[in-house]
Design a protein around this ligand. Structure first.
Ligand code: ZN
Length: 454
């Protein structure tokens, strides 16, 4: 019996490394969880393998890496639209206080994982309550994940105070310390929701453990101004003073940057996670991605939660990243198709500390791969497969997805989740959430009338 599990024969391969490369008439050979060869198809066909899989109209790519999100917030998709960040949070937080539980997080996470997989994501980072439930679902469904447990000053359903957030999070990190696909890190929410004392503890613990830290940082100009007024320093300056920034830290959003902010990112090796659609929808600001990359600061991509996007589709995020950079710079050469794709693959792998294993299709790496079928009329003719992936696809072209060699999507069917079950559970939550919102709105109206008698 052959040691080779399967050989894939796509029409095109975009390996991402080397940059700007498109291979034709090549195949990818997979044994166990790894890519063991990428060679001319004629050579592959001579090899003995358990399966030879033809993908005649497809492009094969490394699986996309979504570096920032809140999976269970999928249940709040469209719940509070067209509002600025703080007003939006004022709608979202009460709903979360009323509903977030283990069941809610399980159902919201399953919904998110289905959408992520069908849109080409194979690795995701998540920051949400009950990360133990998210970890269990990621383990079961088969995606690769970095889960950063929340740390915040206020009490939520998951924990009472910073002490308990940290204790529960560290216990979870211990549970998954030897897991092949899941790493647990620290997720202090932001410098405006976490005290300096707690941020200091997170920095010290994360450095001791060499664990990832992900934080919302410089999401809006207002956040930066508030920090300067309250603390006398910019949010990134505070984190730098506390020793939180380094090659294992991931700064999410990073708009409204000063020259000094660029210097701190460059000197510390901290990564930037750009969430262009969330930033546009909440009118938060623009992350200067091209200028960051020009300074050799790593920039990866994230969708943020579905409540502020409203998709968690990395192809949409890649397109937005390329387009917004061109507009921001008044320069159509800013963030080329190849660069945008790198941000969603190899740069994401670097941000999560996984670039030895994922982020490109290379011999020896994990077989985290996706196939997109490019036979739709909207994609003809395929003059330039790499730019088609970035500018012309929607994610609906995805037919196959593998993580560590294991198929998670085959012919656009999920292998480990039932869409019917996920949808029915999501609709049950929708009914409860809409009833809650209606009640809140009528209470607010009554309150308003009391205070403003006619
Ligand atoms: Zn976020």
């Amino acid at each position: 019996m052959s040691d080779i599990d399967y050989i894939l024969y796509p029409e095109w391969i975009v390996p991402v490394v080397p940059r700007d490369t498109v291979l034709v008439n090549h195949c990818v050979v997979v044994t166990d969880s790894r890519i063991v060869n990428i060679c001319p198809s004629s050579e592959g066909r001579k090899l003995e393998a358990k399966r030879h899989i033809e993908l005649p109209q497809h492009v094969l790519l490394p699986g996309l890496i979504n570096c920032h999100g809140h999976a269970a917030m999928s249940l709040l998709r469209g719940y509070a639209d067209d509002q600025p960040l703080m007003t939006w949070l004022g709608e979202i937080w009460p709903a979360e206080t009323a509903f977030v539980s283990e069941d809610y997080v399980r159902d919201g996470t399953d919904l998110a994982l289905a959408e992520l997989l069908l849109g080409g994501t194979t690795t995701f980072s998540d920051m949400y309550f009950y990360p133990d439930v998210t970890a269990e679902r990621a383990d079961f469904v088969g995606l690769r994940a970095q889960l950063v447990f929340p740390v915040i000053d206020v009490q939520t359903a998951w924990a009472r105070d910073p002490e308990e957030y940290l204790a529960k999070g560290l216990a979870l990190r211990d549970t998954y310390r030897n897991h092949e696909r899941i790493e647990i890190g620290f997720g202090p929410h932001s410098n405006y929701t976490v005290s300096e004392e707690t941020l200091q503890r997170v920095a010290t613990l994360a450095n001791e453990l060499d664990a990832p830290v992900q934080i919302h940082l410089h999401e809006t100009r207002g956040e930066v101004q508030m920090s300067v007024e309250n603390l006398g320093e910019r949010p990134i300056e505070q984190l730098n003073r506390l020793g939180m920034l380094g090659p294992r830290s991931q700064c999410v959003h990073m708009t409204a940057l000063s020259e000094g902010d660029f210097d701190i990112l460059e000197q510390t090796g901290a990564h930037v996670i750009h969430c262009p659609r969330s930033n546009m929808k909440l009118a938060s600001g623009i992350c200067p991605t091209q200028r960051l990359l020009d300074r050799d600061i790593n920039v990866a991509l994230g969708t943020d939660g579905a409540a502020s996007n409203n998709r968690i589709n990395m192809i949409a995020e890649i397109q937005a990243a390329a387009l917004i950079a061109k507009l921001e710079n008044s320069e159509s050469t800013a963030i080329s198709a190849a660069t945008a794709l790198e941000m969603a693959t190899i740069n994401g792998a670097k941000a999560l500390g996984l670039d030895n294993d994922i982020g490109s299709l290379e011999i020896g790496k994990q077989a985290d791969m996706i196939a997109l079928r490019l036979d739709d009329p909207a994609l003809q003719p395929v003059n330039n497969v790499l730019s088609h992936v970035v500018y012309a696809t929607s994610g609906a072209e995805l037919t196959h997805s593998w993580v560590a060699g294991k198929p998670l999507v085959v012919d656009r069917q999920l292998t480990t989740l039932s869409v019917a079950t996920i949808t029915s559970r999501a609709n049950t939550w929708r009914d409860q959430l809409l009833a809650f919102r209606a009640q809140r709105s009528s209470e607010n109206n009554a309150h308003h009338q009391e205070n403003n008698p006619q």
